[in-house]
Design a protein around this ligand. Structure first.
Ligand SMILES: [Zn+2]
Length: 323
């Protein structure tokens, strides 16, 4: 196998176009899928090689299954080698990310990029005598940190512990399956939209370094924004779907964007506030639709589709985002 392929190095990559006729060469087509390994940035990296007559270029993809390299049917070993070496550091870095499953740490400092409703905001840290509520203007979020008086930096007295790991491509369990008891009652819905937005979290005080203060303030802001926006979206879609959730709660689940309990409590992951509104809306509609259909049957998707005709695409998009 390898021998035959190496022979191809002498002939430059033959474009697949114009090869509609079956030439003698094509009878010995290399396998469509092959497991291989390459030495990249000093590491032995196993990968899946996929060949396709439809491809014109070499593509690299990294996900929970590792590295997949897609190449034109007749791509030369030389070309493949040079592309892999060219991207070696990128590949190794990305793979490390998947393998160690450690989120990229946010540097809680002026100039850091943070995510909000699908946009990237630049964090502006404004030291002063008093702490104040953050201001979101343009592409910036300004946070006001009390100088030298660490513990007064939070916009209110309580400091809540809420983890905001950076979105990372590490978790492959991004689907938000609704975990419902089999015998889920469907009628236990009492209209209390918005009321449940308060979330009790284990509270504690973080030690007051500058970064910790900034993180606390931004985290608090995220939560407030999430509570406000999610309550709004739920109210809107609940009325369209003619359902009445019992309560809305923010969740910090590690593997679910949302869920809906048998008793009609809708939980929405607070990390959603970082995603575009269309994805937030999809999750809201999805979970509310469970108040009509407590399953993922065709009937359920019909309910989702009645509000969100684009749901299949949005679902794919959401799945591509790691929680
Ligand atoms: Zn579901």
């Amino acid at each position: 196998m390898l021998k035959r392929l190496r022979n191809l190095v002498s002939s430059p990559a033959i474009p697949a176009r114009g090869m509609s006729g079956v030439s003698p060469l094509l009878r010995n087509d290399p396998p469509a899928v092959e497991q291989r390994a390459a030495l990249l940035a000093g590491k032995n990296v196993p990968y899946t090689l996929k060949r396709s007559s439809k491809r014109r270029s070499i593509g690299l993809r990294i996900d929970d299954r590792g590295l997949t390299v897609s190449v034109p049917l007749r791509a030369s070993e030389k070309w493949l080698y040079s592309v892999l070496q060219d991207k070696a550091y990128w590949v190794v870095e990305k793979l490390d990310g998947w393998q160690t499953r450690k989120p990229v740490a946010t540097r809680w400092a002026d100039g850091e990029m943070i995510h909000y409703l699908g946009e990237t905001l630049i964090l502006r840290v404004v030291p002063g005598l008093f702490a104040a509520t953050p201001v979101h203007r343009g592409g910036e979020l300004s946070v006001f940190i009390a100088n030298g008086h660490g513990s007064s930096a939070a916009p209110d007295d309580e400091t809540r512990h809420a983890r905001f790991p950076h979105p990372n491509p590490l978790d492959d369990t991004t689907s938000h399956s609704t975990k419902l008891p089999k015998a889920a009652a469907k009628s236990l819905v009492i209209p209390q939209v918005g009321e449940g937005a308060n979330v009790s979290l284990r509270e504690f005080h973080v030690s007051d370094g500058g970064a910790a203060q900034i993180e606390r303030v931004v985290t608090h802001w995220y939560r407030q924004e999430a509570e406000r926006l999610f309550a709004e979206r739920v109210a809107h879609y609940a009325s369209l779907l003619k359902v009445a959730p019992r309560a809305i709660r923010l969740s910090s689940a590690k593997t679910q964007w949302g869920c809906c309990t048998a008793r009609g409590t809708v939980r929405l992951n607070q990390q959603l506030i970082k995603l575009p509104l269309r994805l937030i809306d999809y999750v809201v509609v999805h979970e509310l639709a469970h108040l009509r259909e407590m399953n993922h049957s065709a009937a359920f998707w019909e309910v989702v589709g009645s509000i969100c005709p684009d749901y299949a695409r949005l679902r794919r998009e959401l799945k591509s985002i790691a929680l």
